[in-house]
Design a protein around this ligand. Structure first.
Ligand SMILES: [Zn+2]
Ligand SMILES: [Zn+2]
Length: 292
C-alpha cells in the first residue's frame, strides 16, 4: 500500500465547490488540529460555514463560545441522547468528557437542562440539538431519561424559536411519534438522516429537513440513496458529522468539514442534479434551517 493510502494520512483536499455550502453538523472539538486550521481548510474548498454541535454541557458551552468568536461558525447546544441517561443513571466508565460520575437522578438532568436552556437563548446559538433517541447505544434502562430529555429539548427549541437538531439511531417511529405529540418546532433537522424512502416522504410532508452525511456514499447504503432520491431538493442538507462517517473512498480515515464536497458530489449524482444546482439549494436550505 502506498504511503498516501495510510489510514493516518488525512484525505487530500477535494476540488473546490463553485457554490459555497455549509457543513450543517460537525464536532470541531473532537477533531485534530486547531479551529482556525479546520475552518481555513474547509473555506479553501467552498465549505464557508459550519454548524458546531454540542453533545454535553462542556461541549455546548464550547460550541457557544466558538460561534461567538468566529462569524463562520454557528452553534447548537444539547445533551446528546446518550448523555441524558449518563447524567441520571451515572457513568462509572466515564466515557463522556465530564468523566466518571455518580447517578444524579432526575434532579441532575433538570439542572443540566436549565443550563442548555440558558445557552439556547444566546444569539450565536442557532439550534437545540443533537437530541432525540438512540436505541443503538442506550439500553432499556436509559430510555426513560432519554425520552424525558428529548421532550424537554423540543420545548426549549420552540420557546427560543431555534432549530431542533434530531439524532435518530434505530428509533425512527418513536422519534416521529414524539415530534407529533409535542408539536415539532418550525425548523426541524434530521441530522445524519438514516431512514428509508418511505420515512423521507413522511419527513417531507411534515417539512422536516433531512441532512445527509458521508455514509450516503457507502456501498451498502442503497436504502439511504433511495431516500435521498425522493427527498425534496428544498429540504436537503449536507453534513460531515466529523470526525465520524468519512465518505468513500476515504472510509476509516478521520473526517473533517473540508470533505463536504466529496459527499455533496455523490448526492448530486443520486438526485440527478448538477453539483452547482444542488450546492445552491443546500446553501439556501441550511441558512433557512438555522436562521442565519
Ligand atoms: Zn448524532
Ligand atoms: Zn453529531
Amino acid at each position: 500500500m502506498a504511503p498516501q493510502d495510510d489510514k493516518h494520512t488525512p484525505p487530500p483536499l477535494p476540488e473546490p465547490l463553485r457554490v459555497p455550502v455549509a457543513d450543517s453538523h460537525t464536532h470541531l472539538d473532537m477533531q485534530a488540529g486547531t479551529v482556525d486550521e479546520a475552518l481555513a481548510k474547509a473555506a479553501s474548498v467552498g465549505v464557508a460555514t459550519v454548524v458546531q454541535v454540542g453533545c454535553d454541557l462542556a461541549g455546548s458551552r464550547w460550541a457557544a463560545d466558538t460561534a461567538a468568536a468566529y462569524d463562520s461558525v454557528h452553534a447548537t447546544v444539547a445533551l446528546h441522547p446518550n448523555e441524558a441517561p449518563r447524567i441520571v443513571l451515572g457513568d462509572p466508565d466515564g466515557w463522556s468528557r465530564q468523566g466518571a460520575r455518580q447517578p444524579g437522578g432526575d434532579a441532575a438532568l433538570d439542572e443540566a437542562l436549565a443550563e442548555i436552556d440558558r445557552l439556547a437563548a444566546l444569539p450565536q446559538v442557532r439550534g437545540v440539538g443533537e437530541t432525540g433517541l438512540d436505541y443503538f447505544r442506550t439500553g432499556p434502562d436509559g430510555m426513560a431519561a432519554q425520552e424525558r430529555s428529548f421532550r424537554a429539548h423540543i420545548e426549549i427549541a420552540k420557546r427560543h424559536g431555534k432549530a431542533l437538531v434530531i439524532h435518530d439511531r434505530e428509533a425512527h417511529e418513536d422519534v416521529l411519534r414524539i415530534l407529533r405529540e409535542e408539536g415539532a418546532p418550525d425548523r426541524t433537522v434530521f441530522h445524519c438522516y438514516s431512514g428509508d424512502a418511505e420515512m423521507a416522504e413522511v419527513c417531507a410532508a411534515a417539512g422536516y429537513f433531512m441532512s445527509f452525511a458521508g455514509n450516503v456514499t457507502f456501498k451498502n447504503a442503497q436504502p439511504l440513496r433511495d431516500a435521498l432520491a425522493v427527498a425534496p431538493p428544498g429540504l436537503v442538507l449536507v453534513e460531515t458529522d466529523a470526525p465520524f462517517l468519512t465518505p468513500a473512498p476515504y472510509r476509516g480515515r478521520a473526517n473533517a468539514p473540508y470533505l463536504v464536497p466529496v459527499t455533496l458530489r455523490a448526492m448530486a449524482e443520486v438526485k440527478g442534479m448538477t453539483e452547482d444546482a444542488l450546492a445552491t439549494a443546500v446553501a439556501a436550505n441550511t441558512a433557512r434551517a438555522f436562521g442565519y
